[in-house]
Design a protein around this ligand. Sequence first.
Ligand code: CA
Ligand code: CA
Ligand code: CA
Ligand code: CA
Ligand code: CA
Length: 354
Amino acid sequence: MRTKILLALSFSALCASAFLDSIFVEARDKTDDVRTEGDAADDSAIYINKKSPGKSLILGTDKNSGLSVFDIKGNRLQEFPDGEQNNVDIRYNFPLGNEKIPLIATGNRTTNTIDFYKVNQENNSVERVSVKEHPAGLEIYGSCFYKSPKTKKYYYFVNSKAGEVVQWEVQGGTDANIILTEVRRFLVGSQVEGCVADDNYEAFYIGEEKVGIWRYQAEPNSGEERYLIDGTDPETGHLVADVEGLALYRIGKKHGYLVASSQGENAFTIYRRDNGNYVGKFAVTYQGIPVENCDGIEIASNYLGFGYQTGMVVVQDGNKTHSRQSFKMVPWHSLAIKFFPPLAQGFNDPITQP
Ligand code: CA
Ligand code: CA
Ligand code: CA
Ligand code: CA
Ligand code: CA
């Protein structure tokens, strides 16, 4: 009898862990394919249209040709063939001239520059601000924004395949020019790319592709102290190299998750935003076909209209069975309910809207 109970218990424990290791969530939609063939789609950002959430925009890079703008159903609306743009990110209310704009930045590997665009909020379209003008200060690979909750200053982090990071302060001049000032430079170690800043926590996360996810302080005077959120060592970590894209699901100022592309196993790992603890792992399918080799990932924690009531996850899909790559969109609620207990879901808390 005792043996039977033990067997039953260990069987259910086995099932639970097997289940946890294979949570699949189906994407609701995909973007139009990128323009170039092969490994081309790379990273994304989401512009949240606060007045009309259904008119929010997905910004996606083709690392061989440039930036595309998609609606939330994935239709291509605009295209900027401005070069080999890799990572892309966005922050809101950036003061430029006499405006406050949603500012988009992307790293251009053709010209080794940081390129800036904005969302024209009158007509909900993207426009160039300054392209191919601002040298990146290193051989640019990954990049992401940080806005300081203390000083309200904007920063753009850029990194190189050599593992170097430069933090630029980004300011808007009176004549609507962007002014960049280098404020910090440090070495992570080996190849890095994916990064994200958690503004509320003043934290900067970066993936060292073969090693794991590092958390640094994001303020420019905060030194090089860091700790490993999770690693690729199979004994101690949950990641399988390469560690690629990083994104945040924000609930209020303190809650929610950090999500990482664990590229080596075609999966994504989830951590608590408040303490970095590992929560679980999932994989994405679209029409039953697994998303593979994901580089960039982005998450909106906001209501984006029907189908995305508590937000959207955008993942780059490198699956070779498709002729051209695209980005797949997953409703956060579809993902949340796959877990037990379910992942937390936000409900458009106006205080923390970007
Ligand atoms: Ca790729
Ligand atoms: Ca990339
Ligand atoms: Ca991004
Ligand atoms: Ca990479
Ligand atoms: Ca890789």
